[in-house]
Ligand binder design. Structure first.
Ligand code: NAP
Length: 494
């Protein structure tokens, strides 16, 4: 690296402090907007993982003996710190991920704080049941699991870290978090905020590195649970790696979700949702509705509006508050998404608009050094095309037309994924009827990609195991102990 430039050093955060760790293996983290180096990331080694587990175990024994109200106060204070530092952390996220600053401010950091507030508020209410058994009674205790590991994807780094840490810590666990090797920055900010809020050192440790670090966490005998946000292939590896210890696993994985627009839908709203479902965060969103099924009668009107509005999306410098679409995470990912666009064209779909690398942004600035791609819409698609079957994880929307309700339900469900689904209709009965038949864990009627902390989030089929957010997350970070208490004599045949 050029020593004259001031760059970040992304290290481990263990036992309450940043530490270089034991490894000299490092790599450069690049800004997707122009591929300039942001800093140097240090890969954690075995010794660092051991140090993180030891420190987290220590913190766990302190933390589990606190009351729920005490734990909740630390989470609420952490949320307050994140909100106070909103602008600084949002800018870090934007530089790391390439997403528009307007999104990082409104969604990424804010939704991390939402999770801490939700689970912080709930911590004091987590309780078991009392069961009357005549001459005896029973009660249950939801007890923490121990040291849990979180492994994150690169598209929503601080949100993913907080969605895992908040319920884990509220339930009395400690967490070791590994961000994606491409986005090492903001998990460290979350770790600092926890410490400043009064969490014991080690309660939330961060280890940096690639899949090898994730595999070390998965195989570690003193880690009780793994929660992954990532792709289906990684989910399968983690499940296999966790199997011989029967370790608890939560998997938030990818998708190829359907968004179904019926002929009676409000077209401008449905177009807004289709754009949100495909172009937010440059299309790098797991729950995206990338297969947009439009009923034949309204197809032409829908496409006119969709094309016109998509071509007005302001692509450019992610740090500019007027930018609406930023840069893809890496050059390699840009090439992968571009290959899907080539595949769509080669398979006979019509590229209605987009799919090219722009030279200038919406203010006329040169953006050729960044990983930019104009939002692409394919029409004349067929369910069997690669672009309609595989997760692209970029700004590529495929339009599929349909005639009947029965037909579209069958086609929407014809996938190994089951993360999300959306339906647009003004017929209230049809909306519910169709949603109830779709094989997806996270669904919307007349909107798309809204993920309030109060609602469970997760997938059916190969899109995942378990749920994040809401009350449902509690059962994934606790284990239930049943206690039988005798009030009479022991009845024995002996
Ligand atoms: P990925 O390649 O599966 O990586 C996810 C995380 O797993 C990264 O931290 C990765 O490390 C780590 N990892 C890789 N191999 C591992 C192994 N053998 N054992 C343990 N950990 C391992 O996914 P990604 O490219 O970062 O993210 C995109 C994917 O995430 C998409 O499929 C998207 O749909 C999904 N996603 C799902 C949700 C959801 O909530 N359902 C949300 C966001 C994203 P390195 O990458 O650092 O090597």
């Amino acid at each position: 690296m050029d020593n004259n430039e001031k760059r970040m050093v992304y290290t481990q955060f263990i036992d309450g402090a940043l530490t270089a760790g034991s490894n000299r293996e490092s790599w450069i983290n690049y800004n997707p907007a122009d591929n300039t180096p942001l800093g140097e990331v240090y890969q954690a080694k075995d010794e660092d993982i051991e140090a993180a587990v030891n420190s987290s175990e220590k913190a766990f024994h302190i933390w589990r003996n606190k009351t729920g109200a005490e734990r909740g106060r630390v989470l609420l204070k952490t949320a307050e710190i994140l909100r106070y530092r909103l602008e600084q952390i949002a800018l870090l996220e934007t530089q790391d991920v390439g997403k528009p600053i307007s999104e990082s401010l409104a969604v990424d950091v804010s939704s991390a704080a939402d999770a801490l507030e939700y689970f912080g508020g709930m911590a004091a209410t987590i309780h078991g049941d009392y069961v009357d058994l005549k001459n005896a009674f029973g009660y249950t205790r939801p007890e923490p699991l121990g040291v849990c590991a979180g492994i994150g994807a690169w598209n929503y780094p601080i949100q993913i870290a907080a969605w895992k840490a908040a319920p884990a810590l509220a339930c009395g666990n400690a967490m070791i978090f590994k961000p994606s090797e491409l986005t090492p920055a903001t998990a460290l900010e979350l770790a600092k905020a926890f410490m400043e809020a009064g969490a014991p050192p080690g309660l939330f440790n961060v280890v940096q590195g690639d899949g090898r670090v994730g595999a070390m966490l998965t195989g570690h005998p003193r880690i009780a649970k793994i929660s992954l946000t990532g792709s289906v292939p990684t989910g399968k590896k983690i499940l296999a790696g966790a199997a011989n210890q029967l370790k608890k696993v939560t998997l938030e994985l990818g998708g190829k979700s359907p968004l179904i627009v019926f002929e009676d839908a409000d077209i401008p709203n449905a177009v807004s949702a289709a754009m949100l479902a495909n172009f937010y965060t440059q299309g790098e969103v797991c729950s995206n509705g990338t297969r947009v099924f439009v009923q034949q009668q309204i197809l032409d009107a829908f496409l006119v509006q969709l094309k016109e509005r998509t071509e007005k999306i302001r692509i450019g410098d992610p740090a500019d508050p007027d930018t609406q679409m930023g840069a893809l995470i890496s050059k390699a990912h840009l090439e992968k998404v571009s290959r899907f666009i080539d595949s769509g064209k080669a398979s006979g779909a019509t590229l209605l608009t987009g799919g090219i690398r722009p030279e200038k942004d919406f203010k006329g600035r040169d953006i050729t050094s960044g990983n930019f791609l104009t939002p692409a819409i394919f029409t004349n698609c067929d369910d069997s095309m690669e672009i309609c079957r595989e997760e692209i994880f970029g700004p590529v929307l495929s339009i599929l037309s349909f005639d009947s309700e029965e037909e579209v339900i069958a086609r929407a469900n014809n996938t190994e994924f089951g993360l999300s689904a959306g339906v647009f209709t003004n017929d209230i009965k049809r909306g519910h009827r169709v949603i109830h038949q779709l094989q997806a864990g996270t669904c919307w009627i007349n909107n798309y990609n809204i993920t309030p902390i109060e609602l469970p989030f997760g997938g059916y089929k190969q899109s995942g195991l378990g749920r994040e957010n809401s009350l449902a997350a509690i059962q994934h970070y606790t284990q239930l102990k049943s206690v039988y208490v005798e009030l009479g004599n022991v009845e024995s045949p002996y």
